[in-house]
Design a protein. Structure first.
Lengths: 145, 122
C-alpha cells in the first residue's frame, strides 16, 4: 500500500505503543480543560480538537502578553516613585508622574492618526485622478471642435 | 467545522451513505478487535472491520449484509484502504501540536453509485 502518513514516525510510534481508546481517554480531560465539551470530543468532527488546541495556544499567548504588560506598569510605577525612595533624596522631592493613560490607548491613538492620514492621502489621490480625467476629456472635446 | 474531516460518500440502492469516523467510533472499533498496529502492518486483513466501523457514526442501523454487499461492490480496494487509513489518522492527528502535512482534511472521496444496474432488455 502506498504510504499515506499524516503524522511523523515519532508521533505514530507514540500512538502505536498504546491503544487509541486509551490515548483518547487520556487526552479527553486535557481538551475539556481547553473548553471542548465531552460530546464534541467523542462525537464531533475530529478536526475540531485542532481548533481548540490553537485557541488554547492563543489564550496562553494573550495571558503572557498581559503579564508582560502588568510587569511594565509595575516597573514604571517603581521608576516613578524611586526619587522619593532614595535614602539621600533632597527635601521636597516629588515622585515622577505616572502615565496618565494606559499604554494601549496611545497605540490606538497612533493607529487612528495613521488611518486619518491615509484617508486624506486617498482622498487627494481620488481628486487628482478625477481632475486629470476631466482635463483629458475637456481637451478631447475642444480638439474635436 | 464538520466538513473538515475526510469522508467517503457513496450511494447504494438509492440510499446515500456518508462514511466517517469520530473518536467514539474508533473506540467502539477497538472494542471489536481493531488494533491500529495490526491494521498498519496487515491492512487487508482488517479492512472489512474498519469499513464496517465507518458506518457507525452516521448509519448505525445499517445491516451488516448490506455493508458486506457495498464492500464487495467497491471497485478500488486500495484507494478505499488509503482513505480509511486517512480517516482513522485524523481522529488522533488533530490532538497533536502540528500536523506534518499541510493536506489536512477537507477531502471527500468521489460519490460512487454502487446500486445494482438494471439489465437492459434487448
Amino acid at each position: 500500500m502506498g504510504s499515506n502518513r499524516l503524522i511523523s514516525k515519532e508521533k505514530r510510534k507514540q500512538v502505536e505503543d498504546t491503544s487509541l481508546s486509551k490515548l483518547f481517554e487520556e487526552l479527553c480531560p486535557i481538551f475539556m480543560s481547553y473548553g471542548m465539551s465531552y460530546d464534541e470530543y467523542w462525537h464531533g468532527s475530529p478536526y475540531r480538537a485542532k481548533f481548540y488546541l490553537d485557541a488554547h495556544k492563543l489564550k496562553i499567548k494573550q495571558r503572557d502578553e498581559e503579564m508582560w504588560m502588568q510587569g511594565m506598569y509595575i516597573y514604571e510605577a517603581l521608576c516613578d516613585v524611586s526619587p522619593i525612595l532614595h535614602a539621600f533624596s533632597k527635601k521636597g522631592t516629588k515622585p515622577l508622574q505616572y502615565s496618565s493613560l494606559p499604554y494601549l490607548s496611545k497605540v490606538n491613538e497612533l493607529k487612528i492618526e495613521k488611518d486619518k492620514e491615509q484617508e486624506k492621502k486617498n482622498a487627494q489621490l481620488i481628486a487628482r485622478v478625477y481632475f486629470e480625467n476631466w482635463a483629458k476629456n475637456t481637451k478631447k472635446h475642444f480638439e474635436k471642435k | 467545522m464538520d466538513d473538515m474531516n475526510t469522508k467517503i460518500n457513496l450511494t447504494y440502492n438509492g440510499e446515500k451513505y456518508v462514511l466517517e469516523y469520530d473518536r467514539n467510533t474508533v473506540r467502539i472499533l477497538e472494542n471489536s478487535g481493531f488494533v491500529l498496529d495490526e491494521f498498519l502492518t496487515k491492512p487487508m486483513t482488517n479492512i472489512e472491520l474498519v469499513f464496517s466501523g465507518a458506518f457507525l457514526k452516521n448509519h448505525r442501523k445499517t445491516n451488516q449484509t448490506i455493508i458486506d454487499e457495498i464492500y464487495k461492490k467497491l471497485p478500488d480496494k486500495n484507494k478505499l484502504l488509503v482513505q480509511l487509513r486517512k480517516m482513522i489518522d485524523e481522529t488522533y492527528d488533530s490532538l497533536f501540536e502540528e500536523p506534518d502535512n499541510g493536506d489536512e482534511g477537507n477531502v471527500s472521496w468521489e460519490v460512487i453509485d454502487l446500486s445494482p444496474k438494471k439489465r437492459e432488455n434487448k
